[in-house]
Design a protein around this ligand. Structure first.
Ligand SMILES: [Zn+2]
Length: 310
């Protein structure tokens, strides 16, 4: 574990806890030049954002309890303690504008200025050509898999497992990082939305935080696949698994062995691909080590009616 753990120790603890006073347009100067602007008529002191305002990052928005949030097609709700999550995609443009409607129906925009992230280019050669350009049968299965994955992330669970410190799900060597542009057998393909950790087949895979198992499947590209939902739309995906030791609906504890490492699906060798997402947005697993330790712990969550409209 130490081989790759150290490279993340230096990432730092940059965070923002903004509080907004006064009326009208207020701005704060948080992380790495990013900026949060809140325009609100009433009580702006109740709004704060905590997290990394960076592409691939995620953050917690603190609002009056049960405030409604809207961002494009996404609608969700703050919990009884006024907490809601948000995630930022690889190529998310800045600023992110979230519409907030308070329980008293007053509404305002929260504008989040994102820092851009640099991405690597990763070339992988020697893949069987059917993985680079799938045949029609495989393509059909890939589409079915995608529909299954989409269905598994449509629900937002009232779990607060994401509030704990995350641990690494396995030991090994990091062979791929999040967000890199992939060139497979010389052909540009979609970016890599996970972190790859390589070790021997059979290496235990642990739940990095507690959660509920929302998908167990054998898929065309990802092979043995497990999703663990950590609550409020934040989810881990574990791919290329050899043996799966959990079932759909299981609630797992942090550190519980949920599977073993394999090379199933589109893989050049045994490794774990660990992906994370918030709602439909893929976020960088490295970012989970930044925020949770600072979040307020609590589990008084009732009546979360959040949903994602695809
Ligand atoms: Zn991967």
């Amino acid at each position: 574990m130490t081989g790759f753990k150290s490279r993340f120790a230096a990432v730092g603890m940059a965070a923002l806890i903004g509080s907004f006073v006064g009326s009208g347009l207020t701005s704060a100067s948080p992380l790495q030049g990013s900026q949060v602007v809140v325009s609100t008529p009433d009580d702006p002191s109740q709004v704060a954002i905590e997290g990394r305002m960076i592409q691939g990052g995620w953050a917690m928005i603190h609002l009056p309890p049960y405030s409604q949030l809207e961002w494009g097609q996404r609608q969700w709700q703050a919990d009884s303690q006024g907490r809601a999550l948000i995630g930022f995609s690889r190529d998310q443009a800045s600023p992110v504008k979230v519409r907030v409607t308070l329980p008293n129906q007053a509404s305002f925009d929260v504008a989040i200025d994102l820092t851009a992230k640099d991405y690597l280019i990763q070339r992988i050669d020697g893949l069987p050509q059917r993985f680079v350009t799938p045949d029609p049968e495989a393509l059909k299965r890939i589409r079915q898999d995608a529909a299954l994955a989409r269905a598994a992330r449509e629900k937002m669970l009232d779990r607060t497992d994401f509030l704990t410190d995350f641990i690494w799900p396995t030991e090994g060597i990091v062979t791929g990082v999040w967000g890199s542009q992939r060139i497979l057998n010389g052909e540009p393909r979609r970016p890599h939305f996970g972190i790859d950790i390589a070790n021997e087949t059979g290496t235990p895979i642990l739940a990095p935080a507690a959660g509920k198992v929302t998908l167990v499947a054998n898929m065309e590209l990802s092979g043995g696949t497990v999703f663990v939902d950590h609550g409020y739309g934040l989810r881990s995906d574990f791919l290329h698994l050899e043996e799966i030791l959990v079932e759909l609906g299981d609630v797992v504890e942090q550190g519980q062995v949920i599977a073993t490492m394999g090379a199933t699906g589109r893989a050049t060798g045994p490794h774990l691909h660990w992906g994370m997402s918030w709602m439909d947005i893929r976020v960088d697993p490295e970012e989970v080590f930044e925020l949770p330790r600072r979040l307020q712990r609590g589990d008084q969550i009732i009546g979360n009616k959040a949903k994602f409209i695809d």
